[in-house]
Design a protein around this ligand. Structure first.
Ligand code: SAM
Ligand code: SF4
Length: 332
């Protein structure tokens, strides 16, 4: 079991399979994109499989594939198929911007992916273009419509809370109430040095707004659940809501997550600068036991929690450990 010095047990691995993306979300990467990793620095399919296999042996039960945009990574389905074949009991999840979902949905389902998080920050086509730099709104919404037909899947729509989209809350509720999804809102986190002075919308402000729109009931959550869960009756329709407040209500003390980046680095926290190079160990044929020992010591070194500070008026925040590493390189 991957236990750290604060007795947190790590059973959830988020795997960023690529640093490439077909969108340019303003809060995630600069408009001109980021400097991309050379191909040979990115893990090959079989290297992903080997490393994931080791984490499973060490107690990981849930794996989320993310990016960049995971669906632009060639061979993603092969990696997933191989993990699912060997470990059908592992929960497989995907976080995607939805642009390519129609091309891959059937295959992903058939290889055991049961939880889909789809990012959508606006229901306005022009604003989508402004926020993401690309004109894919219709395509994403049509793919969301398609996946919502699948009753057997756990689907979450994730919107990063932005001051300029707060006015769209009614549109989100109107569109998704009564549908087969959970609507989640995420506090925007400062990740890079450029983010350091940026404003964010505190989750409590959204909760107050939602209370004014309908009946909102807070539900119990599991300890490791990062979202505050609510059930809402809105215009006589039922809707599950999740609110993820990493800035104003940090959940580090119950964190069960580890991250593997596309270049094979283990990150024990999204906001930590500590990185552990698993790629070089795999490429130099270090034995599995030594890699496991290396991972165990890395996890032991995990810090108690992130160092994001809010301004006195709670409208801005900054990370004391920001680097130049964009969120799109870590995987959210
Ligand atoms: N491309 C995929 C997508 O957009 O869903 C997966 C990668 S993306 C980095 C994963 C999630 O991180 C998305 O839901 C995105 O909105 C979120 N994200 C990116 N930058 C963020 C930030 N600064 N604060 C909070 N969430 C962020
Ligand atoms: Fe947007 Fe996801 Fe791409 Fe970042 S990685 S730019 S959040 S689509």
């Amino acid at each position: 079991m991957l236990t750290d010095n604060f007795l947190r047990k790590h059973t959830y691995l988020r795997v960023s399979v690529t640093d490439r993306c077909n969108l340019r979300c303003r809060y995630c990467m600069p408009p001109d994109g980021i400097e991309l990793l050379p191909h040979d620095e990115i893990l090959r399919n079989e290297e992903f499989e080997k490393i994931i296999e080791i984490f499973i042996k060490m107690g990981v039960k849930k794996i989320r594939f993310t990016g960049g945009e995971p669906l632009v990574r060639k061979g993603l389905v092969d990696i997933i198929a191989s993990i699912h074949k060997a470990h059908p009991d592992i929960t497989l999840c995907l976080t995607t911007n939805g642009v390519l979902l129609d091309e891959f949905m059937e295959e992903l389902k058939s290889h055991g992916v049961s939880k889909f998080n789809i990012s959508l920050d606006t229901l306005n086509r022009e604003r989508f273009m402004e926020l993401t730099g690309r004109d894919y709104f219709d395509r994403v919404l049509s793919n969301i419509e398609k996946i919502m037909q699948e009753d057997s899947l756990d689907i979450k729509i994730n919107a990063v809370l932005l001051r300029e989209t707060l006015s769209e809350i009614d549109d989100f509720l109107d569109y998704f109430a009564g549908k087969n999804i959970t609507l989640r809102f995420i506090e925007r986190m400062p990740v890079t040095e450029q983010d350091s002075s940026n404003e964010f919308v505190p989750a409590d402000e959204l909760i107050e707004l939602l209370k004014a729109k309908g009946e909102l009931v807070r539900k119990e959550t599991e300890k490791s659940d990062v979202s505050q869960r609510f059930e809402m009756i809105y215009k006589q329709k039922f809707l599950k809501i999740g609110i993820i407040p990493p800035v104003t209500h940090k959940f580090c003390s119950s964190c069960n997550r580890l991250r593997l980046t596309s270049e094979g680095q283990l990150m024990t926290c999204l906001h930590s600068q500590a990185k552990y190079n698993l790629r070089d160990l795999i490429r130099s044929n270090v034995c599995e036991e030594d890699i496991m020992n290396y991972i165990s010591s890395a996890v032991k070194e995990k810090w108690s929690g992130h160092k994001i500070e809010c301004t006195a008026d709670n409208k801005g925040c900054r990370s004391l450990t920001a680097t130049t590493r964009a969120m799109s390189k870590i995987g959210g």
